[in-house]
Design a protein. Structure first.
Length: 674
């Protein structure tokens, strides 16, 4: 059965020649829909920038509609309510103070000059603080001389007592629990801690200290990043020569590790049996524990034994195919040597992604601060609440965050696939600087619709998964065991589906660059190619990904290690010194994280190149036969790897022409059936 009604070559695949394919527009309707969607995002951003007030988000606002830290004018839509405190000049009052922090949602909030640095236990203390610090903590209309005779409460005129020692976080006066612990009992501290957690979500002392330590050691982190980039280049260069050795070693280590783990479990099971025999005449309480452990280790032993046998069988089947993996790694190295600018593709992707995320964050900040003011009759105050229109805008922007991020990543995959295809199906395979630019041009002119379609499919899976994660977070501790299990299962299934679709999309982009067909047709072809070469694909993905993972770990370890040794013994800087740091291990953690992310970015391109090469190789094998009329495009090293890969099942022989030129091979494989 052919894909989308094409003529079949007998294997369920189209049989048109690669050479006759010309560039053409693919998935134009999807491109138009995507452009309309981006236009809608632009409209929302314009609405946000026109109606939003970023100062309100940064400095906060009081209960009368005044933004702290700036001169305010009266809100026209609220003038009919005659709010006397609206429209005040708050230029010198940059902090938000709640009259009752334990009930901040319903309490009056004021703009003040300074947060109280010590606990205030009476109205007299509040008055003294106002006189010394020139910061009034009672309502605006209350005179300082009258503070001692005023009532206290969440609605004022003076704050609830005690007023705890506070610190400014995001321009909000938040109690400092370390200073206030002598004043509050344990119950109140717990309640206040829960309130602060609800209000500031993930803003914590640990985060603050981590950021401070990062700022102190940012130069060292940059040094690690620079060394990691150099190491990534070196690794990409030498990987083409050591891929075969690393591949074989990784499989041997995996088998040895599995056997060792299985033997250890059975040894523990045997040890428990021996202990039971020695203690069977004694009544010792922990014998019941040993009985339980014996059952556990017996089950683990059986499970590990089955897994080890399966692993050994897989290794036996895949062992010959490692040569094809090594050949593809070797070819990938040649791609980077002939097209070195391809290695910088993650840099441009990260820059574009960073610019978009910055724009999205700024637009979202203005959108949040564009909530219209509403008057509360019960407290005679003003609050800003989103309406239905803003709720729709929030949802739209959330979808835009996922879709456009996936679109940008998919663009990188398409550029890499186009570059690899251009190199593979070039007979000369010479050094070319403009292959990446040519692939980028083809993406922009012809294939934006296909990329938009592919990223939209990922959105359809990611969006419900994100919603389920949100539901799971909001209902934590309130669900039954059955509901929680079902929710986790749904999330797991969606995660697996997302990974499968991403893998299919990457291969579909390669087929698009080869055949110039639309996304659906290309995805069908890619799926059939993968299905017909499942062992090769499995070997390359399992072994190849493991090799690249080892490379990421190695680059991270060497980069961080070299940096620490160099700073300590050459420059005399101790990265982990406790003298000037709150959390001395944080700089090292940042170094490891940034180093691993950089290594992942560079080596992920290597992974994309290998996947694209595999599909190009499969297409080359399908369409050509190695004859003078249909010579292979593949290099000699990949041809030898293919021959050795197939020799696991057959006893082939390769017949070369007199000049031993692999391009003029008369027959790649003759199957010796006799």
């Amino acid at each position: 059965m052919t894909c989308c009604g094409e003529e079949s070559d007998g294997n369920g695949l189209p049989k048109e020649s690669l050479k006759v394919q010309k560039q053409g527009f693919t998935d134009i309707p999807c491109c138009l829909i995507f452009l309309v969607f981006v236009g809608g995002m632009g409209y929302i951003a314009a609405h946000a920038f026109i109606n939003g007030d970023i100062y309100r988000l940064y400095y906060g606002y009081d209960s009368y509609g005044n933004t702290c830290g700036r001169k305010n004018s009266k809100i026209e839509s609220l003038q009919k309510f005659n709010i006397s405190n609206n429209g005040r000049d708050m230029t010198d009052k940059t902090k938000v103070f709640f009259l009752d922090i334990k009930n901040f949602k319903s309490a009056i909030s004021l703009c003040v000059k300074k947060c109280p640095e010590s606990t205030l236990s009476s109205n007299k203390d509040i008055k003294n603080f106002a006189e010394k610090a020139d910061s009034n903590l009672c309502t605006y209309e209350t005179d300082v001389d009258e503070y001692e005779s005023q009532a206290n409460g969440k609605l004022g005129p003076c704050p609830s007592l005690p007023v705890l020692a506070s610190t400014s976080i995001l321009s909000r006066c938040v109690p400092d629990l370390l200073k206030a612990k002598k004043t509050l009992d344990q119950a109140n501290r717990t309640r206040l801690g829960n309130v602060l957690t609800e209000y500031f979500s993930e803003v914590s002392e640990f985060l603050r200290e981590s950021v401070l330590d990062f700022v102190k050691k940012w130069k060292e982190v940059l040094i690690v990043c620079a060394i990691t980039i150099v190491l990534a280049f070196i690794f990409v260069f030498i990987l083409r020569f050591i891929a075969s050795v690393v591949a074989y070693l990784s499989m041997i280590i995996a088998v040895v590790g599995a056997i060792a783990g299985t033997l250890f479990v059975w040894w523990k099971f045997y040890d428990i049996i021996k202990r039971e025999e020695k203690l069977k005449d004694y009544s010792i309480p922990f014998i019941n524990l040993d009985v339980s452990n014996k059952k556990v280790f017996l089950g683990l032993g059986i499970f590990f034994s089955i897994c080890t046998i399966i692993l050994i069988l897989i290794v036996v089947v895949m062992f010959k195919r490692i040569r094809l993996v090594a050949a593809l790694f070797h070819e990938a190295g040649k791609v980077f040597m002939n097209t070195p600018t391809l290695l910088f593709q993650p840099v441009w992707t990260l820059l574009v992604l960073g610019v978009y995320l910055l724009f999205w964050a700024m637009s979202m900040a203005f959108l949040v601060s564009s909530e219209p003011p509403k008057y509360r009759n019960d407290t005679m105050t003003v609050e800003f609440k989103r309406d239905t229109k803003l709720t729709i805008f929030y949802a739209y922007y959330f979808v835009a965050l996922i879709w456009i991020c996936e679109f940008i990543i998919a663009c990188q995959q398409m550029v890499v696939a186009g570059t690899v295809t251009d190199w593979y199906f070039d007979r000369e395979k010479e050094f070319a600087t403009f292959r990446v630019l040519r692939s980028t041009k083809n993406l922009i002119l012809f294939h934006l619709g296909s990329v938009a379609f592919g990223s939209f499919i990922i959105l359809l899976v990611k969006l419900p998964r994100a919603i389920l994660m949100y539901i799971d977070q909001k209902t934590r501790g309130k669900k039954t065991k059955c509901a929680e299990f079902m929710l986790k299962c749904c999330q797991c299934c969606l995660w697996c589906l997302e990974k499968a679709l991403k893998f299919l999309n990457e291969n579909a982009y390669t087929i698009i660059t080869i055949r110039k067909t639309n996304f659906c047709k290309s995805a069908c072809i890619a799926l059939k190619i993968i299905a017909s070469n499942i062992l090769r694909v499995s070997a390359i993905n399992c072994v190849g990904n493991f090799i690249l993972f080892l490379g990421k770990i190695g680059i991270t370890a060497i980069g961080v290690g070299v940096t620490i040794v160099w700073l300590k013994f050459v420059r005399g800087v101790d990265v982990g010194s406790r003298d000037d740091l709150e959390l001395w291990g944080i700089p090292v953690v940042f170094m490891c994280v940034f180093s691993f992310l950089i290594a992942h970015c560079f080596l992920s391109v290597y992974d994309m190149v290998i996947d694209s090469l595999l599909l190009c190789f499969c297409e080359d094998m399908r369409i050509n036969d190695g004859s003078e009329e249909k010579p292979y495009f593949m290099n000699k090293s990949l041809l030898v790897g293919t021959f050795l890969d197939l020799s696991f099942f057959f006893q082939p022989k390769i017949v070369f022409s007199k000049d031993n030129n692999y391009r003029s091979i008369t027959n790649l494989i003759e199957i010796a059936s006799r």
